[in-house]
Design a protein around this ligand. Structure first.
Ligand code: IPD
Ligand code: CA
Length: 260
């Protein structure tokens, strides 16, 4: 199946998953690695629902996902990478800013990404080389410096050892950029770059399911997305993520590397 056809079929599945999450009221809330790392019955059910429908659409593909230790060798063949609810802490708090995120990796590289924010009814999608779209409208960002960029960030809530460095970086960012934003869903934070709302984003450690789909969406809109060395992101292990309009992303990466 070609990627355009798959994309059309996947959209219905991802929208259905988002609609399910939007009306849900979580009851069974458990901790995973620690006090801030939560999972609800809806994270698990949504991932199962996505897997069932996506494997019916594309039986040859493997799966990697945030819940139920869903691992795969993503470096060969086609693999869906699923975050059923990115922003679970927001979901539990009733914050109404979380997303369903699904990417397709081909031999280790994202070729298709979808991120759906069901409360805002914003559906972001991208196919490699074909551009990024928000509700069918093509997204093209303009370059800008860090000095003209709101900067989104994530606080690495599951890696407490990175909290102090994150706050030092924020101090340095605030010497240059107009302001910062901490919204609670890395996937949506990266999509905000694609939409031109923020100019840059960083988080010192994210998992592949947090950024696989949204990183492609940001890149296809014209953003740079890389690690602290300026290298393309990997998808086998957690990674630092820096992204943004080209000038802002490079300035932010330099600033992060200077701030120990
Ligand atoms: C988390 C969110 C959050 C980011 C964390 C992620 P989850 O994803 O994207 O914004 O700071 O690092 O793990 O656990 O809610 O799917
Ligand atoms: Ca996530």
């Amino acid at each position: 199946m070609d990627l355009e056809t798959l994309c059309g079929k996947m959209e219905e599945t991802v929208r259905r998953a988002g609609a399910y999450v939007r009306t849900a009221v979580p009851q069974a809330i458990d901790e995973k690695s620690g006090h801030s790392d939560l999972v609800t019955e809806y994270d698990v059910q949504t991932q199962r629902m996505l897997m069932e429908e996506l494997s019916a659409l594309y039986p040859e593909a493997e799966f990697m996902g945030e819940e139920e230790h869903l691992q795969a060798d993503v470096t060969v063949g086609d693999c869906f990478v699923i975050d059923p609810i990115d922003g679970t802490a927001n979901f539990v708090a009733g914050y109404n800013r979380s997303a369903v995120s699904v990417a397709l990796l081909r031999d280790g590289q994202p070729v298709l990404g979808m991120v759906y924010h069901p409360w805002a009814e914003e559906f972001f999608s991208a196919i490699k080389g074909k551009g990024a779209f928000l509700n069918g409208r093509k997204l093209t960002l303009s370059d800008r410096p860090l000095a003209d960029s709101l900067v989104g960030f994530g606080s690495c809530p599951y890696y407490r050892d990175l909290a102090q460095r994150t706050t030092r970086i924020l101090g340095a960012v605030l010497d240059v950029a107009p302001d910062i934003r901490r919204m609670g869903s890395a996937a949506l934070d990266l999509c905000d770059i694609a939409a031109g709302r923020t100019g840059a984003f960083f988080e010192l450690k994210l998992s592949p399911w947090d950024y696989a789909a949204a990183g492609l969406i940001a890149q296809e809109a014209g953003a740079k997305v890389f690690d602290l060395q300026g290298e393309p992101l990997g998808f086998s292990n957690p990674s630092p993520v820096v992204a943004g309009a080209p000038s802002a992303a490079e300035e932010l990466r330099t600033l992060i590397n200077k701030t120990k």
